[in-house]
Design a binder for this molecule. Structure first.
Ligand code: AMP
Length: 295
């Protein structure tokens, strides 16, 4: 990597022009750019993405924007945690040089009227999170397109934690020829296996304890697959784990192919993925696992 001249304190900007100008200058000086898009309330999962970007790129930009167009449930948007000062500190400590934290009217100038132009992905979105959260992936695809267009040529780091989102973003980047390389990064977990999520802070102590059943169910599903169970057996094994927790209301626990996320035969040779989603109290949580990894 070439030497960067960036100071320790990150540039915090709220305008697309501020972001673009800085990253254009960096590229013109021969430096490579890494971008991490977030909705804030940053935790170690986000830090791992920023760290990956910092290890591979000369300059790292992190966006913090709670994107209203991807929330199907208005109360979820209202209750989403907002912690910008702590986010800037965490991003800087993890290796970010630029934090882009725009007000909603910078991203959607006519808000609360949504934009007339949106990005709709036809593949991948008619199941799982796309069904549970109508319009969610259009909102994701639209804001990702806007943010990455402003960022320009870069590597961009997304978590496998949101596995369907990662697949959708790869698809958007390919279909719209965005000048980006999308890098998927492993899920960071709490000590007991719960996938880190900005929403976890909204769990009560008993709900937090119950929430670990999602990652336990994924492990049980992987064990069932390794023991020779078929798809129905794998999915039943996962559902049985969650059913033991009265505070957890299962939405889906499924075995899919890892590329198109379609229901998969357990004997299929290609990459598979276990996906799970459940409501724990008022909080919807998702998780996933490669059932054949390290087995
Ligand atoms: P969010 O702020 O929840 O929209 O997430 C921003 C990025 O961080 C997305 O690419 C997520 O997939 C990723 N991310 C969130 N939680 C984790 C985690 N526990 N491990 C790794 N990446 C994560």
């Amino acid at each position: 990597m070439s030497q960067t001249t960036t100071a320790t304190a990150p540039l915090v900007t709220g305008t697309f022009a501020g972001l673009s100008t800085r990253l254009d200058d960096e590229r013109r000086a021969g430096r490579t750019v890494g971008v991490v898009l977030t909705m804030g309330a940053l935790h170690e999962g986000h830090a791992s993405l920023i760290g990956r970007a910092a290890a591979a790129c000369d300059v790292v930009a992190v966006s913090v924007f709670v994107n209203p167009t991807q929330f199907a449930d208005p109360s979820d948007l209202t209750n989403y945690p907002r912690t910008l000062d702590a986010d800037v500190a965490l991003a800087a400590a993890a290796g970010a040089h630029v934090v882009f934290a725009p007000p909603v009217n910078e991203v959607y100038p006519e808000w609360p009227t949504p934009p007339a132009t949106t990005v709709t992905v036809r593949a991948l979105v008619d199941r799982w999170e796309g069904v549970a959260r109508p319009g969610h992936f259009d909102g994701v695809a639209t804001v990702v397109t806007k943010l990455l267009s402003a960022a320009g040529r870069c590597r961009t780091y997304f978590g496998e934690k949101d596995f369907q989102q990662l697949a959708v973003v790869r698809r958007v980047a390919r279909d719209l020829s965005l000048p980006v390389e999308v890098v998927g990064c492993p899920t960071v977990r709490e000590h007991d296996g719960l996938a880190m999520s900005s929403r976890n802070v909204r769990l009560s102590p008993v709900e937090r304890t119950a929430a670990v059943s999602l990652s336990r169910a994924l492990g049980t599903g992987a064990d069932a697959l390794a023991a020779g169970a078929g798809t129905a057996g794998v999915e039943a094994a996962m559902a049985a784990v969650v059913a033991e927790e009265p505070l957890v209301d299962l939405d889906y626990a499924v075995l899919v192919d890892a590329a198109e996320l379609e229901p998969a035969d357990a004997a299929a040779p290609g990459p598979l993925r276990l996906l799970i989603a459940a409501r724990v109290g008022q909080v919807r949580l998702i998780d996933n696992l490669d059932p054949r990894a390290s087995r």
